[in-house]
Design a protein around this ligand. Structure first.
Ligand code: ADP
Length: 229
């Protein structure tokens, strides 16, 4: 069974703007998929329908065996814990330290204090920010902030990470490092990754599959080799 499935999904904002039109595709566990396409094509809307930051208007979305559009509050909360998301503007808590930002999603978990501490330290190690544990976001570079966001997104052991233009505010070298980190997360932790990006070179080197979105439709979806041929 696919990890994520869209069946004939459409989304209209205000019953006027048709942002998504009859989208059907599926993503298998462990894939690294990138979504590309012009501004306003519907990429962000598509990504946000998965965790219901945006509610689709029609169609079916199945994530990890759950019907996203039909899920009640408790089921949705469980599902959201399995979906990590990172954004262009990082969305960190400015008044919390790096450590507390990463620990935040663990608040409601059943882990003991020691287990939580180990989890946070392991994650900071994974993103190579152990020495910044007590720093505040304002003391970090953009790349470091995005690393904190990635560690935070990993805290609940998600099945999937969604990245909405998470490198758009970064310089090329830092962008590369962040995408390499996501690749490491994909390869070593087996976490499925879906990114919206403009980084063609990186797409060619890192992704398994590419979806090209145009005017709310999937214009093409295939392996990197097929798309760039
Ligand atoms: P992309 O991520 O490819 O730039 P978006 O998904 O952000 O595209 O937007 C797709 C379309 O939906 C655009 O026409 C955009 O203006 C419109 N749109 C996006 N968000 C909203 C919203 N909250 N309200 C109304 N229209 C929106």
């Amino acid at each position: 069974m696919a990890l994520l499935e869209f069946q004939n999904v459409s989304k209209s904002y205000d019953n006027v703007t048709k942002a998504l039109s009859d989208i059907t595709f599926s993503i298998e566990k462990g894939e690294f998929v990138s979504i590309i396409g012009p501004s306003g094509a519907g990429k962000s809307t598509l990504l946000r329908c998965i965790n219901r930051l945006v509610d689709a208007s029609e169609g079916t979305i199945i994530f990890d065996g759950h019907d996203v559009r039909q899920a009640g509050k408790a089921e949705m909360r469980q599902m959201r814990a399995k979906i990590g998301m990172i954004f262009q503007q990082f969305n960190l808590f400015a008044s919390r330290t790096v450590y507390d930002n990463v620990a935040f999603p663990l608040k409601g978990s059943n882990l003991t204090k020691e287990q939580k501490d180990k989890k946070v330290c392991d994650l900071l190690k994974l993103v190579e920010l152990e020495e910044k544990a007590s720093a505040y976001p304002s003391q970090l570079s953009g790349g470091q902030k995005q690393r904190v966001a990635i560690a935070r997104a990993l805290a609940n052991d998600p099945e999937i990470i969604l990245s909405d233009e998470s490198t758009s505010a970064l310089d090329p070298r830092t962008t590369r490092a962040i995408l390499d980190l996501l690749k490491k997360v994909n390869r070593e932790l087996g976490i499925t990754i879906v990114v919206i990006t403009h980084e063609m070179k990186v797409i060619q080197e890192i992704c398994n599959r590419v979806a090209i979105i145009s005017e709310g439709k999937i214009a093409e979806m295939g392996s990197v080799q097929e798309i760039f041929r």
